[in-house]
Ligand binder design. Structure first.
Ligand SMILES: Nc1nc2c(c(=O)[nH]1)N[C@H]1C(S)=C(S)[C@@H](COP(=O)(O)O)O[C@H]1N2
Ligand SMILES: [Mo]
Length: 295
């Protein structure tokens, strides 16, 4: 199997910002019951202060392989995904395993707007709360060392599940301390609105200091486990995609350098920042680790 066609293109970066929110056209996404829903949220000190990206770019240029491999496939095909009702199971090494309806999840903590850098194809104004709010509530046991995020995999609703490009369902995972970091966001919205299907509605993870593929979409299960899980991309090609996937200018992908990046709307290249510029928040998580070995 050749992986050439299936790269995650983690060399493109974008920035989100509130300035764009006022200019947004009507939502182009999904026909779920609640597209008109607007979230109440507060601003967060964890937001960056940089110019906005357009709603069109955020919602038309996507990676969501369950709906096809082209960047414009998710916007076309993800409309078919039914995001209401939606349940998410939380299980494994916790004291209170339970199944949440999306509306219960929304009540766990106040929603915040997080304007994040997110390297791969996007970033922007995400609406959600820190995942640790949920984690505290479900009471991890002493054996909970990692958290696994499992996406929906329904061949009836997802157009590309017959392809074996990845081993479905899409699985991602974090070490427990990474999952507890305040930057790790359980996300429900974009620019104050319901998260479009193509962006991983109704709920997804955002880890802005890691390459985009760590931020799993349309999550139906969160599982706490003792041992490091194999993620979908590790299974597909562990030589190219490691567990950590921290943005790092000096650790090249085997097929391309990661030392610079292109942002949407810009012609030139910029230097890649270690941990995507979030080193103040996350560098301590990796102290003493050789990041070229743990890539
Ligand atoms: N379930 C699922 N989650 C996924 C993906 C995917 O193919 N399936 N692609 C990942 C990759 S490679 C990236 S770059 C981001 C893209 O998120 P966006 O389309 O909202 O910009 O989603 C990530 N989460
Ligand atoms: Mo990606």
């Amino acid at each position: 199997m050749s992986y050439k066609k299936f790269s995650t293109d983690e060399t493109i970066t974008q920035i989100g910002g509130m300035a764009g929110a006022a200019l947004l056209p009507d939502p182009l996404f999904g026909k779920t019951d609640d597209v008109s829903r607007k979230f109440e949220y507060r601003k967060s000190p964890l937001s960056i202060n940089e110019p906005a990206t357009s709603w069109d770019t955020v919602t038309q240029v996507n990676n969501f392989y369950e709906f096809g491999l082209s960047k414009d496939d998710p916007a076309k095909n993800a409309k078919a995904m039914k995001t209401s009702p939606w349940q998410m199971a939380v299980e494994g090494e916790i004291h209170k395993p339970q199944v949440f309806d999306i509306d219960d999840l929304l009540k766990i903590a106040p929603l915040e707007e997080r304007i994040y850098r997110l390297r791969c194809v996007e970033a922007w104004s995400w609406i959600g709360y820190s995942l640790h709010e949920l984690i505290r509530r479900v009471g991890p046991t002493g054996n909970a060392k990692y958290v696994e995020f499992i996406s929906l995999a329904d061949p009836g609703q997802m157009t590309n599940l017959k392809s074996r490009v990845l081993d479905w369902p899409y699985r991602e995972a974090l070490r427990m301390d990474e999952a507890m970091n305040p930057l790790t966001l359980l996300c429900f919205g974009l620019y104050g609105k319901v998260l479009p299907n193509q962006n991983g509605g109704p709920t997804r993870i955002i880890t802005p200091w890691k390459y985009g593929f760590k931020s799993g979409k349309s999550i139906v299960k969160i599982r706490f486990v003792e041992y490091m899980p194999q993620t979908s991309w590790m299974r597909a090609n562990s030589h190219e995609y490691g567990f950590y996937a921290n943005v790092n200018p000096v650790v090249p992908h085997p097929r391309w350098s990661q030392s610079s990046e292109v942002r949407f709307g810009e012609k030139g290249r910029r230097k890649t920042l270690l941990f995507n510029g979030y080193d103040d928040h996350v560098a301590s998580l990796y102290q003493g680790m050789d990041l070229s070995e743990y890539y």
